[in-house]
Design a protein. Structure first.
Length: 239
């Protein structure tokens, strides 16, 4: 059982260490990062409840074999509920924190919330499925949640920077994107794996590889161009 737990948790830990070590200027306190991850893990409860409610509602109106059912379930109730939980945890814990003083900090926070959720979810799946499940999720689900977190953090950092400049309109827009962009990526990820037909699997792999590569490039670029959130000029986060 100890080996199984290690197989479930180690990939999440390594991904978090990678993201944190890219915080070159001022690494976030370990206690803060761990608290966000722990709170992110707890959102598995709210996500499960919302997903069950969504499934019950959809079953009233649509057959489960309908592509509309699959679309709504995975985009709205799965991706929506999971990313909302992560977003709320991140914002409540960090928005007013004095530690949130550099743009890259937002990526650390968002990935911590995402991997906290993914780690607990991974444990539950691996207990049922064993090492084969641990390996498969280490290559797909955990990097996937990291990607969702990276894109959430990119927009969250822009929102904080805009708020520091007193630009409320831009801050509100970036906060919305901080939630919506990962929902769209996450929803499409799950939809491709769940929709009937080989075409969706064929679409999934290039999509997944592209998102991982893009997230890595964004992390590296923002790590190199990190700047205080109250600095006048935007760092080139989006080339």
């Amino acid at each position: 059982m100890n080996l199984l737990m290690s197989a479930a948790l180690l990939p999440a830990l390594l991904l978090m260490l990678y993201i944190r070590q890219k915080d070159k200027i001022e690494q976030e306190p370990l206690g803060l990062v761990l608290s966000i991850a722990a709170l992110g893990a707890l959102t598995t409860i709210t996500a499960t409840i919302l997903e069950e409610i969504g499934e019950a509602v959809l079953n009233i109106f649509l057959p489960q074999t309908s592509i509309v059912y699959t679309f709504l379930f995975y985009f709205v109730f799965v991706a929506g509920s999971e990313e909302l939980g992560k977003f709320v945890v991140m914002k409540l814990r960090t928005w007013k924190s004095k530690e949130f003083n550099y743009t890259y900090d937002a990526v650390v926070y968002a990935v911590a919330a995402s991997l906290g959720f993914a780690a607990l979810e991974n444990v539950l799946y691996v207990i049922q499925g064993g090492f084969g499940t641990a390996l498969m999720r280490a290559l797909t689900s955990l990097p996937g949640h990291t990607v969702f977190g990276v894109f959430m953090g990119l927009h969250y950092g822009l929102a904080k920077r805009a708020a520091a400049r007193g630009d409320r309109k831009t801050a509100d827009r970036e906060l919305r994107l901080s939630f919506l962009v990962p929902v769209l990526i996450h929803g499409f990820y799950d939809f491709c794996l769940s929709a009937e037909g080989w075409i969706w699997i064929l679409i999934f792999f290039p999509f997944y590889i592209l998102m991982v590569i893009l997230a890595i490039l964004k992390v590296k670029k923002l790590s190199k161009t990190d700047a205080p959130v109250d600095q006048d000029l935007y760092p080139p986060m989006f080339p």
